[in-house]
Design a protein around this ligand. Sequence first.
Ligand code: NAD
Ligand code: ZN
Length: 353
Amino acid sequence: MEQTELSTDTANKVILCRAAIAWRANAPLSIELLEVDPPKACEVRIKILSSGICGTDLHILEGRNKVPLPAVLGHEGAGIIESVGEGVTSVKPGDKVLMLPLPECRECCFCLHPKGNVCVKEDVLSPTGLMLDGTSRFTCKAQKIHHLFGTSTFTEYTVVHEIAVAKIDDASPMNKVCIISCEVPTGFGAVFNTAKVTPGSTCVVFGLGGIGSAIVMACKASGACRIIGVDINEKKFPRARALGVTDFLNPRNLKKPVQQVVVEMTGFGADFAFEAIGLIDTMLINSGRTLKGSFLGEYKTRDCIPKLVTDYLQKKINIDPLITHTFHFERINNAFEVLQDENENCIRCVLLF
Ligand code: NAD
Ligand code: ZN
């Protein structure tokens, strides 16, 4: 009831709320008052309840991933529908939802193909930072602010396309399920859908942050008998061991390239290798091997992500170990510091609103 009342109060009006704005790269985010327009046709406005901080957000702040700025970053969010635009049929005010960095329009050649998930309406590969009609719903200090990947979750309210929203079970714990927008499907799908890790295999995982840790869990669930974890931050090793890593390598302590050490440890190299750092240098392969990219684990987002939430509620998968830190949204800059701090053992920071 409370949620429905909220929507009738604010529907069709501009909402003034707090948001973390990235004015430029290599600078802290700044908490500002943001005007969030009502949703246009086929769009919804969402009250955000939680948002994870992904390595991709960090790469954007470091200027390594280029997106149009100023922008509201964040693409891993859970919230409640506040109001819907004309023609929206799949969700209604009060519904619990996840925001999806890859939409699923269910009409384009990629959505209709049984494999793959890169819907033509995505805004990740060459980001415009705008809604599909070429405009933004965000204004701050009389300036238009860009969206990120059609999601933008570092704000109390956001507007996204209906095709970028997954309605989830009413029983979902909203302080946790946000990571099923990106971290969980990316890691699990890389293992289950893209690599198809086989029982008894040897896996190597480069990077033991959020994505790498989800990969480790899925490798273990697939029956891998040896999982070599590679990270420059040894504080991450105890948690990674608990998730299934059997051997650790810190490239900074090695006298040879890490790939060479992996080959020596395994005889012929690992059966499956996962790059979860974001370094081109790591993506080296020997002849006869296959290099594959995996985008959100190749899950068709609107079809599969609600099922991952249900699997979690039914205790078929456990995502709890993948969240190690929580912060109030306004402490977002502290959360980014923790993610980068080599004296911390952070897997994923979740912001609570
Ligand atoms: P993260 O910051 O949580 O983890 C990165 C880890 O790499 C950290 O543990 C860090 O200590 C480690 N690291 C950094 N430099 C290293 C080096 N030189 N050698 C070894 N380890 C090193 O980030 P995350 O959220 O896990 O994201 C990891 C990568 O996955 C990022 O590049 C991100 O952009 C990418 N990503 C891809 C998708 C996709 O759909 N393909 C989705 C989400 C994230
Ligand atoms: Zn992400």
